[in-house]
Every structure is written in C-alpha cells, then in structure tokens.
Ligand binder design. Structure first.
Ligand code: UDP
Ligand code: MN
Length: 331
C-alpha cells in the first residue's frame, strides 16, 4: 500500500515535469499564426457586419425622414403654394397644412394672389405649427381667368410661383448664407391637390430635377414619365406628348442649388397652354437627365384633385331676407 502510493506520486511528478518541459519548448518556437488569428478574423468580420447594418439603418432612417447618422443634414423641402381667396380656401389650406405637419424639414412658402396679405391666410399660417413664409402678389387683371372662361384658357398661379422663386433666391441665395451648407429641394404644390407623405421622401433626394406620376390629370387616370433602364425615355400623356416636358406642376421637383445656379429661370406666363412647366424646366435640364422617383415612376403618390365650387343658393336666398350667415364667422 505504501509502495503503491509512492509510485503514484513519482508517476504524477514525472508526468507534470514532462508537461512543463513541453510547455517551455513551445514558448521558444514560432507559432502557427492561423490558429491565433482566427478570433481576430472573427472580430473583424463581426465589426464589418455591424458597420453594414448601421449603414443600412442610416439609409433607412434617411428615407423615413429621421435624423441621419452622417454629418450633413438631409435637404429641406421648400414647397411653393399659390392660393387665392374663395369659399373653399380655408378648407384647402387647412388640409394642406395638416399634411405638411407630417413632413420633417419642410418650409412652406405660401403666395397669395391678392393686393395684400389677408388675415385669413396669415392667421392660418401662424397657428399651423409649420415653418413658413407668407408672401403675396396679385395676378394682373388681364392675365386672370374671368368668370365663365374655361379653366385651361390662362395659366393660374404663375406670378405667385415666380414670387416664391424670387424669395428663395433672395433669402437662400446670398453667398455665405447657405444655412451651414444646407441643401434644398423646391416643389410647386397647388392648394387643391392631394399629396401622399411618401412623395416628400421620394423628392428629398433630388439632385437636379426629379419626376413621378400624377393621378387624375390631363383627362387620364394618370400621366407619367416612362422609364427604361433607369432613364425617362418618353411620357405617357393623352395630350401633346411632344412638348419638351409634358409634366403637370405636381409631377416634378427641382434642386434649390440648380435654381440658384440659374438665376433667370422662371415660369413664363405667356407660354402657350400646357407649356408652363416646360418654360421653367427647359433652361434647367434635358429629358435624359430627369431622375425618376416613386419606384421608377410606377406609383401614383399625388393626385390632381379639384374641389367642387360650393353652391350658395340657400345662403343667397336667406341673405336677401336679411337672414344670411353671420359674416363674422370665418369659413
Ligand atoms: N390660383 C391663384 N389664382 C387664381 C387661380 C388659381 O393663385 O386666380 C392658384 C390656386 O390656388 C392653385 C393654383 O393656382 O394653388 C392652380 O390653380 P387651380 O387649382 O385652379 O388650377 P387647375 O387645378 O385648374 O390646374
Ligand atoms: Mn388645381
């Protein structure tokens, strides 16, 4: 029993010694590095994956309009809206302003077709919660559509859109006043159309001029640029497809930089019917430079809706009896 224990101890001692000698020999030798590098490789590829995921998230949050991880902020969208006094004006502007409240980084330039800024529009803007600029310019009488004229006879809102452009060039165009390198996109939004929120995120990445379909316009279900191989090759429109840019006002956006670089480009009120959009765009881009949005122009995200003029038959009858609605109530 005693002997056996001793043998076990000796054996244990010998094995430990051998192990120690082997370990000391290993220390002096060059290692097989692939084995040691394996964890490093794994870390690198994990970090690469992480970086890719972060980049994707940054891209997605840009699309969703959330703050980006990259340093330069996403462009501001400057929306220019001509508007004029009529029974439905407050309803139109209320709907529009509440759409825009959902759009990050949007500045609304409202240009009244009037001799002075009206309190109705002024108060609506002040209470809207939006970032805005309130302007006015009255359309010359000879340019204004008269009661009973067909709506296509004269273009509407021309001087107002040009006034919006003038303000942009004056306020945002001064050298050194680019608001910290802030870039912009300009969109002309009539007060009666219907706008999907997705449209604004589509146009935010405009480099020169971006385009997309417009629903319920030009006597068609929709008009749209036709895209092949990522380029606009022609236009699906019912009327005069040969126009330089057969696009509705609601169907394109222009980069602010491009407008500032071309200080004379503007809408020509004397352009023949249907050529108003072309009169601005002709000086800015060629058709093959147009940037198709909305899934290669396959989605309708804006509709050229028109609001019915309300009938006032009963109101007029009551007014004749001195019983009309209280004029102090703003409608
Ligand atoms: N507009 C205007 N003055 C007018 C008529 C229209 O400023 O005398 C504005 C109107 O508020 C709208 C844009 O110009 O924002 C286009 O007018 P409208 O919607 O009547 O044009 P349509 O839908 O017939 O093309
Ligand atoms: Mn309209």
């Amino acid at each position: 029993m005693r002997l056996k224990l001793k043998t076990v101890f000796v054996l244990y001692f010998l094995v430990s010694l051998l192990g120690l000698i082997y370990a000391l020999m290993q220390l002096g030798q060059r290692c097989d590095c692939t084995e040691h590098d394996a964890p490093k490789e794994r870390t690198i590829s994990r970090l690469r994956g992480e970086l890719r995921r972060l980049r994707e998230r940054a891209k997605k949050s840009e699309v969703a309009g959330q703050p980006q991880i990259e340093s330069s902020p996403p462009p501001t969208i400057f929306v220019i809206t001509p508007t004029y006094a009529r029974l439905v004006q407050k309803a139109e502007l209320t709907r529009l302003s509440q759409t825009f409240l959902h759009v990050p980084r949007l500045h609304w330039i409202v240009v009244e077709d009037s001799q002075t800024k009206t309190p109705l529009v002024g108060q609506l803007l002040a209470q809207s919660g939006l970032s805005y600029t309130h302007l006015h310019v009255a359309t010359a009488r000879e340019r204004k559509l008269q009661e009973g004229d067909p709506s296509w006879l004269k273009p509407r809102g021309v001087e107002q859109r040009n006034e919006g452009l003038r303000w942009l060039r004056e306020d945002r165009g001064a050298p050194g006043d680019r608001r910290g390198g802030q870039s912009g996109v300009v969109y002309f939004a009539d007060d009666d159309n219907t706008y999907s929120l997705r449209l604004f995120e589509e146009m935010r990445s405009t480099r020169r001029v971006s385009v997309w379909p417009v629903g319920l316009v030009g006597g068609m279900k929709y008009e749209k640029p036709v895209v092949e191989g990522g380029k606009v090759v022609r236009f699906h429109v019912g009327w005069r497809p040969g126009r330089p840019f057969p696009l509705d006002m609601a169907g394109f956006a222009v980069s602010l930089e491009l407008l500032l670089a071309n200080p004379d480009s503007r809408f020509d009120g004397d352009a023949p019917t249907g050529f108003l959009e072309s009169s601005l765009l002709q000086g800015l881009v060629t058709a093959d430079q147009l940037e198709p949005k909305a899934d290669n122009c396959s989605k309708v995200l804006v509709w050229h809706t028109r609001t019915e003029k309300p009938k006032m038959k009963r109101e007029d009858a009551l007014q004749a009896q001195g019983l009309g609605s209280d004029p102090a109530v703003e409608v």
